[in-house]
Design a protein around this ligand. Structure first.
Ligand code: PEP
Ligand code: MN
Length: 339
């Protein structure tokens, strides 16, 4: 349930409510908005007489949250979350679009540096690159591991771009967090609950990708796993679903953008690269995603897609990425956003 405090409630009154709820075993998640403070209380409602909370000074109303996801829900927080990356870049409805670009995998120093410089020049706001790769076949390239993380970090520092990379399992979260500014949880791991809990304990933003067969409710429940551990900095990512359509790798569920925005206050970005699997469709779907109201994009870019060790067929060449940036700027303007 959430306890909505009166607009003029004092800190002392808020603390009193919090202490009382804690005493009855509730987990507390405070949300101090510009208008009002909301106390989220997760626990067994039968453990307390609701009347006794309603009567406390400063309390305006008590609202039960019937949805299975609580802290990430709109009921809990009506204002959109604006998430900070590296204390300087904001992601969310009030911020410019976050455009993360880079190769599927870090492959070499030359490769990541060349791509980083080029996407930076075109106006990207983040650099991506996998070092631990979730490959369908155990015989495919699995990523460079820590060496890849180091190269990505160096390329990020050189260009001033924050870096995004995937943590595949609980054992490597701490290692990945040492190098990354944003930790990606991939589609295949969206319901790896131990991993979600682990990234919920760190203080870096998490990019949580929707599973290829996951419902929106399941995605939001996974986000709830992260935020309920204390890390509120979750960015959701729609990356396409497995359907009957065979001309694309997945089917981009664009309606997920407005649906998630209705249900949750968390920012949503779109990955048209994995959603289509074909480089030629990446620009049109990027335009569509921006028009649908997403808060950013994550795009695979490679300096030599033909030779890429993973996902070459969906990777844009640097010059095509520059064209993408020009095109989405026009769409962004039309829907009142900046790039
Ligand atoms: C990736 O970003 O390279 C990736 C593996 O994405 P997903 O988890 O969405 O398949
Ligand atoms: Mn990829």
């Amino acid at each position: 349930m959430i306890i909505i405090m009166k607009t003029d409630a004092t800190d002392e009154q808020i603390n009193h409510v919090v202490e009382k709820l804690k005493k009855h075993g509730f987990g507390i998640h405070l949300s101090k908005g510009t208008e009002r403070t909301v106390v989220g209380a997760i626990g067994d409602k039968s453990a307390i007489e609701l009347e006794s909370i309603q009567l406390l000074p400063g309390v305006s109303e008590i609202v039960p949250i019937r949805k299975p996801f609580k802290i990430v829900s709109r009921e809990f927080q009506s204002e959109d979350s604006q998430i900070k990356i590296k204390d300087k870049i904001f992601v969310g409805s009030k911020a410019p679009l976050l455009v993360i670009a880079g190769p599927c995998s870090v492959e070499s120093r030359e490769q990541i540096f060349e791509i980083a410089e080029s996407v930076k020049k075109s106006g990207a706001s983040g650099l991506r690159g996998g070092a631990f790769k979730p490959r369908t076949s155990p015989y495919s390239f699995q990523g460079m591991g820590e060496e890849g993380l180091k190269l990505l970090r160096e390329a990020g520092d050189k260009t001033g771009l924050p870096v995004v990379t995937e943590a595949l399992d609980t054992r490597t979260v701490a290692l990945v967090a040492q190098y990354a500014d944003v930790i990606q949880i991939g589609a295949r791991n969206m319901q790896n609950f131990e991993l979600l809990k682990e990234v919920g304990k760190i203080d870096k933003p998490v990019l949580l990708k929707r599973g290829m067969s996951a419902t929106i409710e399941e995605l939001l429940m996974s986000a709830e796993y992260i935020v309920s551990e204390g890390n509120r900095n979750v960015i959701l990512c729609e990356r396409g679903l497995r359907t009957i359509c065979k001309y694309t790798r997945n089917t981009l569920d664009l309606s997920a953008v407005p649906v998630i925005k209705k249900l949750s206050h968390l920012p949503v970005i779109v990955d048209p690269s994995h959603a289509t699997g074909v480089w030629d469709y990446v620009i049109p779907m990027s335009r569509a995603a921006v028009a649908a109201g997403c808060d950013g994009l994550i795009i695979e870019v490679h300096n030599n897609p033909e030779e890429a060790l993973s996902d070459g067929s969906q990777s844009l060449k640097p010059e095509t990425f520059a064209e993408l940036m020009r095109q989405i700027e026009l769409v962004a303007k039309a829907v009142g956003r900046k790039v």
